[in-house]
Ligand binder design. Structure first.
Ligand code: PAF
Length: 283
């Protein structure tokens, strides 16, 4: 399995393949890989001739220094997991200098309001950091396809929007959320939870599924009250950060159910100090 930590070496390897019209598929990650990441990599292997996976914990997307410091870093086992999947995977392990140069200078992006609610409102600067790293990673890899999970749905929408607006010339491939047996969305952060809490976190997806069932017969206000009440009944282990129902395309919070639009419910909670997010398509 090939691995590179310098953009120039990666490009020296990829350029001749691109000239031979090989389709490059790219899965950007922050490591601490789990089955959710592997499902994206499997999609990439299936759809592309060459599969590149980056592992880089991007400091500029963390608005909380403690969160960045505590983010799980398991590069050795990540590489083993990828090797197990396919020896043909190319791993890109950039350094901070490779991505940002000597001094971090972030570009400004206009997200057309897609960043104003939910993750954007609760994690100031988060999407600016994501956009900056994704732009630089795309520039290094120049993928034909890039694979993003629907668990981070707001991130996915923002990347789709920027990809179109800035003509990054890749196709963004959305991939469904992978879940644990109790419905908990797979996340690198889950490994920071105790076994008991991880089990109880099935409540998050259970609540979203109930919202989906109730969606056509309830007002947005009632659905919000339902979620607030349901989560607060379990306040011994879980705390609600936000619950929102939004238009799937514009991410504008929904006031009432307009038949022609597609909606999604979004949730963020804290369990044992760990922030978890999830979402579900409603109609
Ligand atoms: O979703 C992630 O893991 C990260 O936000 C990404 C896209 C790899 C950028 O650092």
């Amino acid at each position: 399995m090939k691995s590179f930590s310098a953009k120039s070496d990666l490009q020296t390897y990829l350029n001749p393949l691109r000239k031979k019209k090989k389709k490059i598929g790219f899965v950007p990650t922050m490591g601490a890989l789990h089955k959710g990441h592997l499902s994206l990599v499997k999609r990439a292997l299936y759809k592309s001739d060459v599969c590149v996976v980056s592992i880089y914990v991007n400091p500029t997307q963390f608005n909380d220094a403690k969160d960045l410091e505590g983010y799980p870093r398991t590069v050795e086992s990540d590489i083993q997991m990828l090797r197990h999947l396919s020896e043909d995977i190319i791993v890109y392990l950039p350094t901070n200098e490779d991505i940002y140069g000597d001094a971090v200078e972030l570009n400004d992006f206009n997200f057309m309001g897609l960043d104003k609610i939910m993750e954007g409102a609760n994690r100031p600067g988060h999407f600016k950091g994501v956009a900056n790293v994704v732009e630089r990673l795309f520039d290094a890899v120049q993928p034909k396809f890039a694979f993003f999970g629907e668990k981070d749905f707001q991130q996915l929408r923002i990347i789709q929007y920027l990809n179109k607006k800035h003509r990054w010339r890749t196709t963004i491939v959305p991939c469904p959320t992978s879940r644990e047996h109790n419905g908990l969305a797979l996340s690198s952060r889950n490994q920071k939870l105790s076994e008991a809490s991880r089990e109880k976190c099935g409540l998050i997806y259970e609540t979203l599924k109930q919202v989906k069932l109730k969606f056509s017969t309830n007002t947005m206000e009632n659905l919000k009250l339902y979620v607030e009440k349901k989560i607060s009944m379990h306040r011994d282990f879980i705390e609600l950060e936000y619950f929102e129902i939004a238009d799937e395309i514009t991410l504008t919070p929904a006031q009432k159910n307009q038949k022609k639009l597609k909606y999604r419910a979004f949730i963020a909670v804290r369990v044992e100090g760990v922030r978890l997010i999830d979402n579900i398509q409603l109609n």
